[in-house]
Design a protein around this ligand. Structure first.
Ligand SMILES: Nc1ncnc2c1ncn2[C@@H]1O[C@H](COP(=O)(O)OP(=O)(O)OP(=O)(O)O)[C@@H](O)[C@H]1O
Ligand SMILES: [Mg+2]
Length: 108
């Protein structure tokens, strides 16, 4: 589709981190990926426990991961910062007890 390699790399990181978050912090979810001539938009929606403090969650190293999640190699608190770094736009909508939707755009 003519998408530059660097954009594919950044989209892959965003989707990987977001997907794992939905698996380890929620109960899975749905991802929509929209491919435009100049950008890729990603929408990750789950109905998990939600994020109480998004600003805190965005901080590098901050994690609520359990011991089990740590033993599987996750829980460094780096996923959301990586998603922010690798996207051009990122927005999180979250309500505790209802779920989380993450919107990201990678431009090229
Ligand atoms: N989809 C989600 N639902 C509920 N909470 C989330 C979700 N995504 C992130 N969080 C919360 O935000 C925190 C930070 O997320 P982040 O991805 O940065 O780190 P992590 O998943 O804990 O560790 P890492 O991504 O480095 O394996 C998580 O520990 C969790 O509390
Ligand atoms: Mg994560």
């Amino acid at each position: 589709m003519g998408v530059p390699a660097d954009a594919i790399r950044r989209v892959s990181i965003c989707l990987y981190e977001g997907e794992i978050n939905m698996v380890i912090h929620a109960n899975g979810g749905d991802i929509d990926v929209l491919v435009y001539p100049d950008r890729i938009e990603m929408i990750l929606k789950d109905t998990g426990k939600g994020i109480a403090n998004i600003e805190q969650a965005m901080q590098a190293g901050w994690s609520t991961a359990t011991e089990k999640v740590h033993s599987l190699g996750f829980g460094a608190g780096m996923g959301l910062p990586n998603m922010k770094t690798n996207s051009d736009e990122m927005k999180i909508d979250s309500t505790v007890g209802v779920g989380t939707t993450v919107y990201m755009t990678v431009k090229f």
